[in-house]
Design a binder for this molecule. Structure first.
Ligand SMILES: [Zn+2]
Length: 236
């Protein structure tokens, strides 16, 4: 069963997020009752969704018997963990950058990419047989099954940089737009940092962010693993 985090409402011609649905449940249950039969897949706008309220991690799911459009990404089979790792290890960086752009265009809005960062291995891209890597909003609640597994993490965030003197590593800190939550810190070795474009090394507020890799729970904070990972920022 796939957890979905946004729904399209045809009558309003807009998307509603899981966070907005939770807020309605607390503040305007009548409106939520009106909307709950109007929730459609945010991508193909065909399959009807149900809102499942659980205290820890509420989510949307496809209603029983409902079908997504054939080419909807929520209708594609999901790669195994090994297949995801193999994709990161063998795909050309340009292929991965294109995938990150696709996730941004499809899920966050149609903006051109400003900067990118990634590993520069030049091995041949292997087709993944239409299977997809699942995606997860980084700025909505992370569940245990979102940690320690390769996914596309995306959302609207603030970007900060910090330096760990003892290990000579830089960290890309991914924060909530009010700076109150630290979603994850991505390790950038000093060697890579020195080669990054100055434009990339700035602070950014409220930007679209897409990251392919793992997020690992560590010391009550979420950290990315040292595994090869990629991320892109997009100006809003
Ligand atoms: Zn769909």
């Amino acid at each position: 069963m796939r957890k979905i985090e946004e729904a399209y409402i045809c009558k309003l011609n807009k998307k509603i997020s899981i966070n907005e649905l939770i807020e309605l449940r607390h503040n305007n249950i009548e409106l939520l009752d009106c909307l709950k039969n109007e929730l459609l897949c945010p991508i193909c706008k065909e399959a009807k969704l149900s809102f499942i309220f659980r205290k820890s991690t509420p989510y949307l799911k496809t209603k029983n018997g409902e079908k997504h459009q054939k080419n909807c990404i929520l209708n594609q089979p999901v790669m195994t963990e090994n297949e995801r790792k193999n994709f990161i290890d063998t795909a050309k960086p340009i292929t991965i950058i294109k995938q990150l752009e696709k996730i941004n265009n499809l899920l966050l809005g149609n903006k051109s990419s400003k900067q990118s960062i990634g590993d520069s291995s030049e091995q041949h891209y292997q087709r993944s047989n239409k299977k997809i890597i699942p995606h997860k909003r980084i700025d909505y609640c992370l569940d245990n099954d979102d940690l320690d597994t390769i996914k596309y993490f995306y959302g609207k965030v603030n970007i900060r940089w910090s330096y760990d003197n003892s290990k000579n590593n830089y960290w890309l800190n991914v924060l909530s737009v009010n700076n109150k939550i630290n979603y994850c810190n991505i390790k950038i070795t000093a060697n890579v940092y020195l080669h990054l474009d100055r434009l990339y090394l700035q602070e950014y507020n409220n930007i679209n962010f897409v990251y392919l890799g793992k997020i690992k729970k560590y010391n009550n904070k979420n950290y990315s693993t040292a595994l090869k990972s990629y991320c892109l920022f997009f100006d809003i």
